[in-house]
Design a protein around this ligand. Structure first.
Ligand SMILES: *Cc1c(COP(=O)(O)O)cnc(C)c1O
Length: 397
């Protein structure tokens, strides 16, 4: 066995972060413990002063979480990682740990619903100025980043219609005015896009999605430089309680072992479905970064090493057509989750993005007829047949 720093990704997904106990277990140990004990009162005091490296309380750290953090850091190519109870806990803590009243945040408008709420409803109450823009438009970034900002935040590809942001170009603009860049990398997964290598400072995940991959658990992760994680993130995280449960971390460690197998298969099926349905008469438009018709296909090829397990398409008949399509599905489930081994379809404008105003939805190009499909691990022919028969139902418009 070579040195862990030389391991290929597929080896790191199985073996990074393993630190066996004296029992020499094969599978990673699950440490369901809130606290830790000390031999002496002196040792406890030294541990609290941070001098011994002991775990002191699972809100601060836990060996099972540490194994997951080391494996995720290796996969991302980052110096450090901390895992959180949910994706939103990870995103919120990564912002709140470094923002103060009077700071300015610039973000792409195409965001997960809860991220949009943090930026437009919560942070402004605390005196943080937030500017949202069209993340696809480099000129908009240039204009917004002509003045100083503390943070830049975006998601690429974005939920639900898969718009992209040029990570390298925006990071350069942000750094020129002293802003740190946080990228929500859920849709790309750590397999297909490495924002840190392209200049971003911090990467966040909802590990609820492809990393768990079986629709069981909630979780999140924050990755970046050791100086950021230790000096800026940890003081906030330790006191405010965003830690992941050890059980969830243990399940996610096992899930990582099959992440590449699952995501590569799901992507292959998503590509095939894109080909099979894009010419169906009931499909008005389709957005898939790996398809030549995607307006940012060139950027996708440049900054992503793979495409997506998600497809967005617009069916005939607006909301009525979209509801008829969803209700006609026999195999695929109606659900707003994603990254699951089961294929799931949802209607963003009445569910995940219902809290946006009509103007905001229009600015994001989310139409009433849009369906977001998260492709799972079922056979491509069964999925194609199900989608085709449901599309035939809304063809009458
Ligand atoms: C799901 C999701 C989140 C939020 O993650 P939770 O685990 O649900 O808290 C944030 N960003 C994106 C892009 C997501 O898909």
């Amino acid at each position: 066995m070579g040195k862990s720093k030389d391991w290929h990704r597929d080896t790191a997904l199985i073996r990074s972060g393993i630190n066996r106990t004296g029992y020499q277990e094969t599978s990673e140990a699950l440490f369901m413990t809130s606290g830790y004990v000390y031999e002496t009162a002196e040792q406890a005091a030294a541990a609290f002063r941070g001098e011994t490296g002991n775990f002191v309380y699972s809100r601060y750290g836990n060996p099972t979480l540490l194994a997951l953090e080391q494996r995720l850091a290796k996969l991302e190519g980052s110096e450090a990682c901390r895992v959180c109870s949910t994706g939103m806990a990870a995103i919120f803590a990564s912002m709140a740990c470094q923002l103060s009243a009077g700071d300015r945040v610039v973000a792409s408008r195409a965001l997960f619903g809860a991220c949009h709420a943090i930026l437009t409803k919560i942070l402004p109450r605390w005196g943080v100025e937030v500017e949202l823009l069209d993340g696809r438009d480099l000129n908009a970034w240039k204009e917004a980043l002509a003045q100083p900002a503390k943070l830049v935040f975006f998601e690429t590809p974005s939920n639900p219609v898969l718009h992209l942001v040029d990570i390298e170009a925006v990071s350069a603009l942000a750094h020129a005015v002293g802003a740190k860049v946080i990228v929500d990398n859920v849709f790309a997964t750590p397999l297909y896009q490495s924002p840190l290598a392209l200049g971003a400072d911090i990467v966040t995940y909802s590990t609820t999605k492809h990393i768990d991959g079986h629709g069981r658990l909630l979780g999140g992760a924050v990755l970046g430089k050791t100086t950021f994680i230790e000096e800026v993130f940890l003081p906030f995280y330790r006191q405010t309680g965003a830690a992941m449960s050890a059980f969830n971390a243990w399940v996610m460690l096992k899930s990582l072992e099959t992440l590449a197998l699952r995501v590569e298969m799901q992507t292959k099926t998503a590509k095939q479905l894109t080909e099979n349905i894009k010419h169906h008469p009931a499909v008005l438009s389709l957005s898939y970064p790996g398809d030549r018709s995607h307006p940012q296909h060139e950027l996708a090829s440049r900054q992503m090493s793979g495409s997506s397990t998600l497809i967005a398409f617009e069916v005939m008949g607006g909301k009525t057509g979209a509801f008829q399509f969803l209700n006609a599905l026999r195999l695929i489930d109606i659900s707003n989750n994603l990254g699951d081994s089961k294929t799931l379809a949802c209607h963003p404008s009445s569910t995940t993005h219902m809290n946006l105003s009509e103007d905001e939805r229009q600015a994001l190009e989310i139409n009433e007829g849009h369906i977001r499909l998260s492709v799972g691990l079922e056979h491509a022919d069964d999925l194609t047949a199900d989608i085709q028969q449901a599309l035939d139902v809304c063809r009458g418009f």
